[in-house]
Write a protein that binds this ligand. Structure first.
Ligand code: ATP
Length: 452
């Protein structure tokens, strides 16, 4: 891949232009911290979710799924520590009214109480809880107080016994979940990197105490290889181990996988050894016995340790947009057609897998193309485009990362063959109509990101 400078401006612009991500309530001026996913965005999001789900559940015999409610009993968040600890340190500028996370401004500004933007005076640091509150029932008082969950994990912990017993799970086993989470983030910037409403993909793996360190290493390796399978440029990933000052109150050990976004290396996913903290706390707060009875070791009872892998779905989507983005010089005519912008998504993740394009609308080519599209629909997400020059149509598909463009031309009428254009190499191959589905399926299976 040639060197392209990827900036957030370019990604935001492409995302809007090509229907990936729109500002929430844009016609009203937008709402900070919330974004809408357009036709290409939702396809991509669904595919990432599906890829993760398969990787975690289908490929691991001892992991099952769950979809817990967003609204939970408020005691959950007392037990989890969120009511007390899920806070960010907040400072305001009295002059420009800027608002900052105290841990994200230069220490000297904090010490001198000087605004990093305008030099005005900063307020004292105060704790700000990130959980959104709302009310269950018609009366708006504390009795109906509920929170929008700030993470999906707690839904898994409180269902530990339900899942274990209903599915006769034996330790070690895991529960996977994908869902929305909400955090009243003080600073939401960098597009969809940090938003107030987002989606998480979390897996909680329950293990016998004493085996936790081995399982922690196992999950670190698994999560690393996940990104390799996704086709991510592995040079842009790195591990960051939490130092003692960063470790959450419940964690024994924690690593983040960081990706080099346009604004630098930032967290993509966390792998945490959460010890027996979560289930112990829920046992204490609920009064219910959450011990596991280990029939394989003489009915020994213990509170399992938890290894957590916690990834952001929407953050992965941003990562993929950045990682797959390339501006490529493809000719030397001295005009705008010399360049194409292309998203090199792995075909498994691309929003649209196959675009069907008749070379001309006339002479029955459009009808023929429509019929070929119908043959492909059951197996692939397809798009159909007959408007404008074929080169422009290829460009549009390149910009949304469609790996295969099928062109129907006059030869198709004669011998029932079509051309299949490969997005990355731009090479075209003639394939017979009868073999199209298996040809594309084979290409997807053998897709090799090293060749990009
Ligand atoms: P930070 O310290 O950056 O606020 P965190 O370390 O608390 O985040 P976790 O609670 O570990 O984040 O969340 C797990 C994952 O969920 C993150 O790795 C990230 O991918 C995603 N995530 C967390 N907060 C947000 C957010 N506000 N917007 C989008 N994704 C998020």
């Amino acid at each position: 891949m040639s060197e392209t400078t990827v900036t957030m401006e370019k990604i935001v612009s492409l995302a809007k232009r090509r229907g990936f991500v729109f500002q929430s309530s844009e016609i009203y001026g937008g709402l900070s911290g919330a974004w809408d996913y357009g036709p290409q965005g939702i396809e991509l999001k669904n595919r990432i979710a599906r890829f993760w789900w398969k990787e975690m559940t289908q490929m691991h015999d001892n992991i099952v799924g769950l979809d817990a409610a967003i609204l939970m009993h408020p005691r959950v968040w007392e037990a989890s520590g969120h009511v007390e600890n899920f806070t960010d340190p907040l400072v305001d500028c009295k002059k420009c009214k800027g608002r900052f996370r105290a841990d994200q401004i230069p220490p000297e500004n904090l010490a001198e109480k000087k605004c990093p933007d305008c030099g005005g005076e900063l307020t004292d640091t105060r704790k700000f809880n990130l959980m959104f509150k709302t009310n269950l029932g018609p009366v708006e008082d504390e009795s109906g107080l509920v929170y929008l969950r700030p993470e999906t994990a707690q839904g898994i912990y409180v269902n530990f016994k339900n899942v274990q017993q209903s599915n006769r799970m034996k330790i070690p086993f895991g529960i996977a979940q994908i869902g929305k989470a909400f955090r009243n983030e003080i600073v939401t910037k960098n597009f969809i990197f940090r938003t107030c409403e987002f989606e998480q993909m979390e897996m909680q793996f329950f293990v016998k105490p004493g085996t936790d360190e081995d399982w922690f290493e196992y999950w670190r390796a698994e999560r690393w290889s996940y990104y390799k399978k996704m086709g991510v440029n592995m040079k842009k990933l790195r591990w960051h181990r939490h130092g003692a000052d960063e470790l959450a109150h419940y964690a024994k050990d924690a690593y983040d996988i960081e990706y080099e976004f346009p604004m630098g290396f930032k967290e993509l996913e966390g792998v945490h050894n959460r010890t027996d903290y979560d289930l112990s706390r829920h046992q204490q707060y609920s009064g219910k016995d959450l011990q596991y009875i280990d029939q394989d070791s003489g009915n020994e009872r213990y509170i399992p340790y938890i290894i957590e892998t916690s990834a952001g779905l929407t953050r992965q989507l941003l990562m993929l947009l950045c990682d797959s983005y390339e501006e490529q010089k493809i000719s030397d005519k001295g005009n705008e057609d010399d360049w194409r912008t292309v998203l090199h998504f792995h075909p498994i993740l691309a929003p649209i897998t196959v675009a069907v394009l008749p070379l001309m609308k006339k002479d029955g080519l459009a009808e023929l193309a429509q019929n070929i599209r119908i043959e492909l629909k059951d197996d692939f997400v397809t798009d159909y485009d007959q408007a404008g020059a074929i080169g422009r149509r290829y460009r549009r598909q390149d910009e949304i990362g469609t790996p295969f463009c099928i062109t129907i031309d006059y030869q198709t009428k004669e011998d029932n063959s079509v051309t299949v254009r490969d997005r990355d190499s731009m090479l075209q191959e003639r394939v017979s109509r009868a073999n199209l589905t298996s040809y594309i399926q084979q290409k997807i299976k053998s897709y090799n990101t090293a060749s990009i």
